[in-house]
Design a protein around this ligand. Structure first.
Ligand code: OVV
Length: 402
């Protein structure tokens, strides 16, 4: 798999493969090993560098000119290989193009512009909670996380009902494609020929409900701020980035609470803690784990010289559990000072959808807490085997009135 592997200069090498099913299912063991090995590690199997600790990950994200995004934020270097889809105009772009587009989309996804959605999300959350209490035992990924997010988020974008599982299939492709082209990638790309055109069709103005978030992107075309060609690709970003991430965040939150019951007890006693608890979920079980940057020049970092046009791997899950930064890093503690976690990245490429994702989580868990709902595991959890995301595929749970 190595691309044209450059020799490591001053970096310790490791032959750990972050993308085996075993290492995907237990990421924290190899994160720990590689953080201990050094601040910059050469992954010999892939011919790329990895910055496993918080400090270097932070510095790399900050220096977007040296560590660029336009060559892709996956393992594939767009300077050397053609990407599987037209690059994202936000994620896989650099200033100045990125800056202009981000300003427009950022306004659409800003907290003030999203406020109008809260009441509707609350209605959906309460209807869902009624169903959960009625059912008792559920598979919470399907019956809670997917049920809620696949209802409220596409509605907010203005996507018609029907076939919404395609959104999950597409997100799975997009995020797995950030990894190497392994069996995980091949497997999820099987449906690409049907699902990718379905997504692009949903991004056309005529298929977006007036007044919702997708339509608002097209309003910016009318205002001359973005071009006609950019609009559907920007709407595509909503559908690429907003579905799986939030579903797994909800699942990771449910699981973190169910396995740390004292933390849920705190939230139930004081629903105002939901917001800070969610930040701790993003630190402790970061849904978006692995991504890459590409060097635009030779650069020295932590005593290691990285040549230009090389991939550098980052892992937010590893940075978010670096004991150099966090006390009791492996403990889920909603009372900790969680500021500075990089679960949503930061800087010019910080998650642009974080306000709507936070809103979804905030509404769901606030309503659960306000109604004093309890939930517990009724069987073993099963995590997803995924090149990029940390999430759950099976989460058997019982919901009851606490
Ligand atoms: C953050 C993110 C993940 C996946 C896709 C995109 C963004 C996009 O903009 O398409």
């Amino acid at each position: 798999m190595p691309q044209d592997a450059a020799p490591p200069r001053g970096a310790p090498a490791s032959d750990i493969d972050p993308f085996t099913p075993k290492n995907i299912l237990d990421p924290y063991t190899w994160h720990h090993e590689l953080r201990e090995l050094g601040p910059m590690v050469w992954l010999s199997r892939y011919g790329c560098y990895f910055a496993p600790r918080y400090a270097e990950a932070y510095n790399i994200i900050a220096d977007y000119q040296t560590f660029c995004s336009s060559a892709g934020v996956g393992f594939t270097n767009f300077n050397k290989e053609t990407p599987w889809r037209q690059p994202s105009m936000l994620l896989e772009a650099d200033p100045p193009e990125h800056t202009r587009r981000r300003a427009i989309v950022g306004r659409i996804l800003s907290a003030p512009n999203l406020r109008a959605f809260r009441a509707g999300f609350e209605v959906e959350a309460n209807a869902l909670i009624d169903r959960l209490l009625e059912a008792g035992e559920v598979e919470a990924m399907h019956d809670v996380a997917q049920a809620f997010v696949l209802k409220v988020f596409p509605d907010a974008v203005g996507i018609a009902d029907g076939d919404r599982m395609n959104l999950i299939k597409y997100g799975t492709m997009v995020f797995n494609a950030f990894g190497p082209k392994n069996a995980i990638f091949d497997d999820c790309m099987k449906d690409a020929a049907e699902v990718a055109p379905w997504i692009m069709e949903r991004c056309l103005h005529k298929n977006l409900k007036p007044g919702k978030l997708g339509d608002q992107v097209y309003q910016a075309v009318a205002g001359g701020q973005i071009t006609e060609e950019e609009a559907p690709i920007l709407v595509r970003s909503f559908l690429s980035a907003g579905v799986d991430t939030t579903i797994y965040a909800v699942g990771n939150a449910l699981w973190s609470f169910a396995t740390n019951r004292a933390e849920w007890a705190k939230v139930k006693a004081n629903p105002a803690l939901v917001k800070q608890a969610f930040e701790e979920v993003l630190r402790y079980e970061s849904p978006f784990q692995t991504f890459f940057r590409t060097t635009t020049r030779d650069v020295e970092l932590a005593g290691v010289t990285i040549p230009g046009n090389e991939k550098v791997m980052l892992n937010m899950g590893s940075a978010n559990r670096d004991p150099r930064k966090w006390e009791r890093a492996d403990v889920f503690d909603i009372s900790r000072d969680v500021r500075g976690h990089v679960g949503l990245g930061y800087g010019i490429h910080a998650c642009i959808g974080q306000m709507i994702s936070r809103l979804e989580n905030d509404v769901l868990f606030t309503e659960l807490a306000r109604r004093k709902v309890d939930f517990e595991m009724t069987g073993p959890v099963q995590h997803i085997v995924h090149n990029t995301l940390r999430g759950i595929s099976r989460l058997p749970m019982r919901f009851k009135q606490g």
